[in-house]
Ligand binder design. Structure first.
Ligand code: ZN
Length: 239
């Protein structure tokens, strides 16, 4: 399986907290996790200049994409967003992490503002599984605890998820639809809220298992279609 991890680099990752959480880099952490499970991973950097090196060739071979972005969503080229969205509609899986709720591809695919409430005080989140038999939640028990996380709260302006797998509860009292699956065309999308860059959330065993299971779940079942449309179009069109 070919997986492309697009991860932004921002100054917050260079802070003491950011470096303590991910000395190797958050994107490297996710890429290494997937590589260890036999995924063929390409790590792509995004920053204030946009997304670097995500060529058509790489995109057209990608089965599953992971997207982490925060500060520089606006720098992502609209033509690239179009291509990513179309590939999802043709069957590519995509996992949006944490602040990628505000990314262009996520908003394009969902069609809403995807806005939410937030507070950054490093409070505890408990993610309750509300679909215990879902493949993404396999073997992970009733809940996953993240001791320190940025609070994301409702209302989360998304379409009603096709599969709501986790609801997060925060120490401060808020709840959030933190683990959601959406189907768009032939593709599957998974959104997962934990993963602020200054907390080592992606080092938690259960979170790591969840990310791997999410990758497998959104992967195309029978490949990515070359194009969408009626295959009889030529035959029936009026000359
Ligand atoms: Zn954050």
């Amino acid at each position: 399986m070919k997986v492309t991890v697009v991860c932004e680099h921002n100054a917050s990752m260079d802070s003491e907290e950011g470096k303590t959480a991910y000395p190797e880099g958050l994107g490297v952490c996710i890429a290494e996790l997937l590589k260890a499970k036999d995924k063929n991973v390409t790590l792509i950097r995004a920053d204030e200049q946009g997304v670097h090196g995500l060529t058509d060739e790489i995109l057209e071979k990608t089965d599953v994409m992971f997207w982490w972005g925060h500060w520089y969503h606006g720098a992502v080229d609209d033509a690239l967003v179009d291509k990513i969205a179309y590939r999802v509609q043709r069957g590519m899986g995509i996992v949006f992490l944490h602040s990628a709720h505000d990314s262009k591809p996520f908003k394009r695919l969902l069609g809403t503002t995807c806005s939410l409430a937030w507070r950054e005080v490093g409070e505890k989140e408990r993610l309750w599984c509300v679909m215990p038999d879902h493949p993404i939640a396999r073997g992970l028990g009733e809940y996953i605890d993240v001791e320190h996380e940025e609070m994301y709260g409702e209302p989360f302006d998304i379409p009603t998820p096709d599969e709501l797998v986790y609801i997060g509860w925060f120490r401060g009292g808020e709840v959030f639809r933190g683990g959601c699956v959406f189907h768009r065309g032939r593709g599957k999308i998974f959104y997962f809220n934990p993963g602020h860059e200054t907390y080592p959330t992606y080092k938690i065993d259960k979170v790591r298992t969840l990310l791997l299971q999410a990758c497998d779940y959104v992967a195309p079942v029978s490949g990515v279609a070359e194009k969408l449309g009626c295959r009889h179009f030529e035959e029936f069109s009026i000359k």
